[in-house]
Design a protein. Structure first.
Length: 671
């Protein structure tokens, strides 16, 4: 029998409520994952078939952990029958089975961020929009935001939008057309196209609604409008939907998340039952009271107040430093003291609103010889050598993938220059054929530089030879290793940098990627290039980097969500930093900034430091900085304030005042 005795009353209520819509408002550190896992196990114990349950998470890591923990409670055989995955992995599986119904090829590709950017730039050129005047990344972000909201980008009414709205509206249809022409979908399409399938094909909807009778969504506050639409359609008439989340931790509006999804849950799922998890098992009461005080100012929220049985604990320390360099030095010295007193480096985190804030902290940590890791640096899939290798695999998989072909046509250098490809691209436009087709006909085009046509045909022959090997279902790890060797990708990666150490790291990255493909082949019964590329696309977008155990962690507040440490330094508690004044053309979002502060505060288990600088250098000039308004929200009785900009009282302070007084007198006495 499943033991529910260790759950508190609200947790038990959430676990045992199975039928109908349920909203579990899970405050920070309130045992959310424990509740989800026990609820799934309880449903199976009550006789619900595991294959009738769909549990949706936001990262692959969370999905794997959830399945593992359910297996510990009800057996691995039952856990294997569950569908536990991310929204996008679920959408990908639906498309794998049904996308052909929408006029796409049965075998489709998922465009990664660089593919998407290339297609946006091409669409901008085709519409005579200068990509030097308009940032293609911002256009792509606006395309994605519109798709997350389930709308087509349109110019806003006069006086409300800007030129980017016009550019996005012009680019969008060409971008979509280019994707479909290549037999590809982007990450947002993994949600939008399943919605379209369910709307336009009742048989698909009936099949999915009948199978997935019980739906559970973790981190519900991070859902966007299109994910909500998909959930409503899957829920059907039963509406057995359990949403678990915390509106106070909704911090991803910049990537489409809508806090209103959780605030208006009852509008989409009437007669909902709400359960609040407010007992915190992580932090001291002083830390929780500070968090409660900051978040309580937000008006649009579900009221809740975190509490703990652990007691008050240490007061929250507010530290004012003269400037950002001194702030970094204070943080490093205090971390050194904690380590000397027995704390492990992994017990400490330094959190900040923007990545630029890490520099003075890093310099000071190096000065104190404290090992640290900046979480959220260059991701593995962003490395050039890995993107090149993935492009080779994509070109082998999809004969219509122009973006990948153009990326690798001269990587490593094989004498096919920009002039050759520009002329081939022009011929493709002139003859209204695809770029791959123009490359196949290269030898009939007199415009190409001497010898270039032969090299283009040889390159295509290489790709087609390896495509045939993949299609004949040779082991994909062996075929990929042969491709890397024949093309010379290791040597190209090594020679792309001057440093021998950097070259060795690049070669190690290529070999590590080959090892991961071999592991995929060992793990998957029917390993294929198609399956590998879909897995890679999802992993690259959903990867959640975990900090290393032997280092102090430095990371942004956004990256820190879901993590916790005994000691947390939240730096830059100043106006224009936290709350941030807005970036990339976005207006400040004060409620979300307050939620970010709340997330940062609730990462701390034992001791919390809120640090700020009295001035920061901006454009080469020191600028005074005002204290964050969030500090004013915290009752003074919870705070211990240390002001390093003030002259201390007592004998030491008197001596300092006397010194400065004498110095001023001497300066005045000078002729």
């Amino acid at each position: 029998m499943l033991d529910l005795s260790k759950l508190n009353p609200p947790q038990r209520e959430a676990v045992c409520t199975i039928e109908g819509p349920l909203l579990v408002l899970a405050g920070a550190g309130s045992g959310k994952t424990r509740v989800i896992v026990h609820r799934i196990a309880y449903m199976i114990q009550q006789g619900i078939a595991p294959n009738n349950i769909l549990a949706v998470t936001f990262t692959n890591k969370a999905a794997a952990e959830m399945r593992e923990r359910v297996g510990e409670l009800v057996g691995r055989a039952n856990a294997k029958l569950l569908t536990v995955c991310t929204f996008h992995a679920f959408g990908c599986e639906v498309l794998r089975r049904h996308l052909w119904r929408l006029g796409y090829p049965k075998r489709f590709a998922i465009a990664d961020a660089s593919d998407q950017l290339s297609l946006v730039k091409r669409a901008m050129r085709e519409t005579k929009i200068d990509d030097r005047s308009f940032d293609a990344r911002r256009v792509l972000a606006l395309v994605s935001k519109a798709k997350c909201a389930g709308v087509v980008p349109e110019p806003k009414p006069e006086g409300m939008g800007d030129e980017y709205d016009l550019v996005t509206a012009a680019v969008f249809p060409r971008y979509q057309l280019a994707l479909k022409a290549q037999g590809a979908v982007d990450f947002d399409d993994l949600i939008l196209l399943p919605i379209r399938l369910l709307r336009e094909h009742p048989e698909v909807r009936e099949e999915l609604v009948e199978r997935y009778r019980y739906l559970l969504v973790d981190e519900y506050q991070d859902t966007n409008r299109s994910q909500l639409d998909l959930l409503v359609m899957l829920a059907g008439e039963r509406k057995n939907v359990c949403a678990v989340g915390d509106d106070d931790q909704s911090i991803y509006s910049w990537r489409g998340a809508e806090v209103d999804n959780i605030l208006s849950f009852d509008r989409h799922f009437p007669k909902v039952k709400e359960v609040r998890l407010e007992q915190n098992y992580r932090s001291s009461q002083a830390i929780l009271d500070a968090a409660n005080a900051v978040i309580a100012v937000n008006e649009a929220r579900k009221p809740k107040r975190l509490w703990t049985a652990r007691g008050l604990g240490d007061l929250v320390r507010v530290v004012v430093c003269p400037n950002d360099d001194e702030e970094g030095r204070f943080i490093a010295r205090e971390i050194r003291r904690l380590i000397d007193e027995g704390a492990r480096p992994s017990a400490v985190a330094v959190l900040y609103r923007t990545n630029l804030q890490s520099k003075p902290v890093e310099e000071s940590l190096r000065g104190e010889e404290i090992p640290y890791e900046v979480v959220g640096g260059q991701e593995f899939f962003d490395r050039k050598e890995i993107k090149d290798l993935v492009a080779y695999l994509k070109a082998c998989h999809n004969a219509h993938d122009e973006v990948s072909l153009l990326r690798i046509v001269n990587v490593p250098a094989r004498g096919i220059g920009d002039t050759t490809m520009e002329r081939l691209t022009a011929k493709a436009r002139e003859l209204k054929i695809s770029i791959p087709e123009a490359m196949r006909r290269a030898e009939v085009f007199a415009e190409l530089p001497k010898g270039a046509a032969r090299k283009v045909v040889e390159f295509l022959s290489l790709i087609e030879r390896y495509r045939a090997r993949f299609e004949q279902r040779e082991p994909i790890d062996k075929v990929t290793a042969d491709l890397v060797g024949e093309v010379g990708l290791r040597e190209a990666a090594r020679q792309s940098v001057q440093s021998a150490a950097a070259g060795a790291r690049k070669v190690a990255a290529v070999d590590g990627f080959l090892d991961s493909i071999a592991a995929y082949v060992q793990r998957e019964k029917n390993a294929s290039l198609d399956g590998l590329l879909k897995r890679l696309a999802l992993d690259a977008r959903e990867d959640d980097t975990a900090p290393d155990g032997s280092y102090v962690s430095l990371m942004s507040l956004h990256a820190a969500k879901g993590l916790e440490w005994p000691y947390v330094f939240l730096c830059g508690m100043e106006e224009e930093l936290l709350p941030h004044s807005g970036m990339q053309g976005e207006l400040p979002n004060l409620p979300e900034e307050r939620r970010l502060a709340y997330v940062g505060i609730t990462r701390a288990r034992e001791r919390l430091y809120l640090t700020r600088a009295a001035q920061r250098v901006r454009r080469g000039k020191p600028m005074p900085k005002a204290a964050s308004r969030f500090l004013d929200d915290i009752p003074s009785g919870l705070l211990e304030v240390v002001d390093h900009t003030a002259i201390p009282a007592g004998p030491a302070g008197e001596a300092e005042r006397s010194f400065f007084s004498a110095l001023r007198s001497r300066l005045k006495a000078r002729p």
